[in-house]
Design a protein around this ligand. Structure first.
Ligand SMILES: [Zn+2]
Length: 325
């Protein structure tokens, strides 16, 4: 019986699981992330948690491999985190080598969107598909591309950064430094920002009629995408328009992806997908305008299956993808 260890490093917490290759998770531990300075302390915590789990399950001699998901770009050649806005103190740390030195098994690292894509490939909606695109829309927009049965990485691990495809030349400023990225126009963060900006432009008379204005006044914090979603569902014209534009922008990005990769399916994940009915028809209209008939007709649109389990199962899937277990 062999075991796999999965480590999901997030901006605020780290999850360590011990699992079977079938995807059954035997035990899970959650640690807090030392974001800024103390990456080393976090790594020591990870090492000792893994040791403890292996001992508890008497798995020291049957450990097959370790899969690690990270919220940032990974250099697959060097096994280091090359760029991570959420974990500034972790850039350049050879986390792969550190784990390898301690456990002497193959270590596989990838960014969290690719890891989630693999989770869906092996355990979720992507099961049995050879060509699909995974896209997650939440605070940011991320994704992964599976082509001919394999996850694409590109030369230095940057393939599948769907959120940073430009859909508006000279558009809204993105966190990555560019302008007009999908993430800057169609993420949960973007929806909230756009709503806030537009509320400021309303006249006194318009404010009286606006449900979104009422929501914004009642809450004692800034608007989030969920507030905009609720206002749109209640019929607020401005909120509905924002979701419609978001659907058009997402549709533009996906049009290029479908035209380029001819996938069997687009698999949608992330919290903003709960608002799917609000942007679905705008997205579909854009796709119809911009994609040839045959590739569009042969592409299914489906929801991701794994929900909150995607990160843990993804780290197990990352090992499966790389070892053919
Ligand atoms: Zn960007």
């Amino acid at each position: 019986m062999s075991y796999i260890i999965g480590v999901d490093i997030g901006g605020t917490k780290i999850s360590v699981v011990i699992a079977r290759k079938s995807g059954s998770i035997l035990e899970k531990y959650v640690l807090s992330t030392q974001v800024k300075k103390n990456a080393e302390r976090s790594i020591n915590d990870i090492l000792s948690t893994i040791k403890m789990l292996l001992k508890k399950w008497k798995a020291e001699k049957q450990l097959e491999a370790i899969g690690v998901g990270v919220p940032g770009a990974i250099d697959p050649v060097e096994g280091v985190i090359s760029q991570s806005p959420n974990l500034p103190g972790w850039a350049g740390i050879p986390i792969g080598k550190l784990l390898q030195r301690t456990f002497h098994v193959p270590i596989f690292l990838d960014n969290d969107a690719n890891v989630a894509c693999l989770g869906e490939k092996f355990f979720g909606s992507g099961k049995g598909l050879k060509d699909f695109i995974y896209i997650t829309v939440s605070t940011g927009v991320g994704g992964g591309i599976v082509a001919n049965g394999r996850l694409l990485h590109g030369a230095r691990g940057y393939a599948g950064e769907i959120g940073h495809m430009v859909v508006h030349p000279n558009g809204r400023k993105c966190n990555c430094g560019k302008c007009g990225c999908i993430e800057a126009h169609a993420s949960g963060t973007a929806i909230a920002k756009i709503a806030q900006e537009r509320l400021r432009t309303l006249s006194a008379a318009q404010r009286k009629r606006s449900k979104l204005w009422k929501v914004a006044k009642e809450i004692n914090r800034g608007l989030n995408a969920y507030d905009v979603e609720q206002a749109a569902r209640a019929g607020d014209a401005m909120a509905r328009a924002i979701y419609k534009e978001m659907g058009t922008d997402l549709g533009l990005g996906l049009s290029s992806m479908i035209q380029m990769f001819n996938p069997q399916a687009i698999i949608f994940g992330g919290g903003v997908m709960k608002a799917y009915p609000l942007f679905r028809s705008a997205m579909r209209k854009t796709l119809k305008q911009n994609v040839w008939t045959v590739p569009l007709r042969n592409c299914s649109f489906m929801r991701a299956k794994l929900g909150v389990r995607v990160a843990d199962l993804g780290t197990i899937a990352l090992v499966k993808e790389n070892t053919r277990l």
